[in-house]
Ligand binder design. Structure first.
Ligand SMILES: CC(C)(COP(=O)(O)OP(=O)(O)OC[C@H]1O[C@@H](n2cnc3c(N)ncnc32)[C@H](O)[C@@H]1O)[C@@H](O)C(=O)NCCC(=O)NCCS
Ligand SMILES: Nc1ncnc2c1ncn2[C@@H]1O[C@H](COP(=O)(O)OP(=O)(O)OP(=O)(O)O)[C@@H](O)[C@H]1O
Length: 202
């Protein structure tokens, strides 16, 4: 089973690209979704977070106060590193287990904003980067998220720079134009990936 990684900074258009791949029948494994599963109510990770940051980081319904934790970790790099040390190995283990599941499609995608930062690119055969100028990335993320510009800038600062990410890309999807153009780029890359997978089979 072939797996390629799909990455890009916050608001770059990973979900939009993944949606177009899914329409073409490509299975998607989403690391952000797994990051939510590992802190579900009752998990050891959630208990550790409450112990370190305080009980006020847990909402009345027992779930993580994600907004509060976001504000905290992106304004305090020590807190962020503590959280990453706790969560990244757990996320990686769940991803590794999920990748063991056989799948009939020619290839699948592991979608992860921190694919390169966490070394999860070692689990895939090639890296696809969704790319756009940082100013446009900020503009789109601002329009979508209930998040201040200052926090978004801090999140972008905690991620790899555009240049560093592009330097590690095997494939690039330009998302600086319209959604239709992104969809066309996904279709084109899908054909390329199918050919690559087929070539490796023979
Ligand atoms: C801080 C948390 C609770 C905020 O939750 P929230 O629902 O507001 O955001 P969500 O999880 O949907 O993440 C939104 C985006 O933030 C960015 N982001 C998240 N965590 C990080 C991080 N540690 N460093 C840099 N960027 C990050 C990513 O681009 C991500 O797509 C959450 O992001 C989290 O648990 N982060 C630590 C786990 C992690 O590193 N996840 C990335 C998986 S590869
Ligand atoms: N080509 C485009 N033109 C205009 N808006 C776009 C385009 N691509 C994506 N968007 C919008 O930009 C925002 C960010 O896109 P998306 O949610 O796909 O990014 P993401 O990389 O998955 O973000 P995150 O990692 O923050 O979850 C969304 O509101 C989306 O609708």
């Amino acid at each position: 089973m072939h797996t390629f990684g799909l990455t890009g900074g916050i608001g770059s258009g990973k979900s939009a690209a993944a949606h177009y791949f899914a329409e073409l029948g490509v299975p998607i494994l989403d690391a952000d979704e797994i990051a939510r599963v590992v802190v579900e109510p009752g998990s050891a990770a959630l208990a550790s977070i409450a112990q370190t940051f305080g009980a006020e980081f847990i909402l009345a319904n027992g779930t993580l106060d994600r907004r509060r934790l976001r504000e905290r970790i992106f304004s305090d790099s020590v807190a962020r590193e503590w959280l990453e040390t706790l969560l990244h190995p757990l996320i990686r283990e769940v991803v590794k287990e999920a990748l063991k599941t056989p799948c009939t499609a020619p290839y699948r995608l592991l979608m992860a904003p921190l694919l390169l930062e966490t070394g999860m690119d070692q689990l895939v055969e090639g890296v696809i980067v969704v790319d756009l100028p940082e100013a446009l990335q900020l503009q789109r993320a601002l329009a979508r998220d209930q998040c201040s510009e200052a926090t978004l800038r801090q999140i972008m600062q905690a991620q790899m720079s555009r240049a560093a990410r592009l330097a590690r890309a095997n494939f690039c999807l330009d998302n600086s134009q319209s959604p239709t153009e992104l969809q066309d780029a996904v279709k084109h890359l899908h054909t390329q990936l199918l050919a690559l997978v087929e070539k490796n089979r023979t």
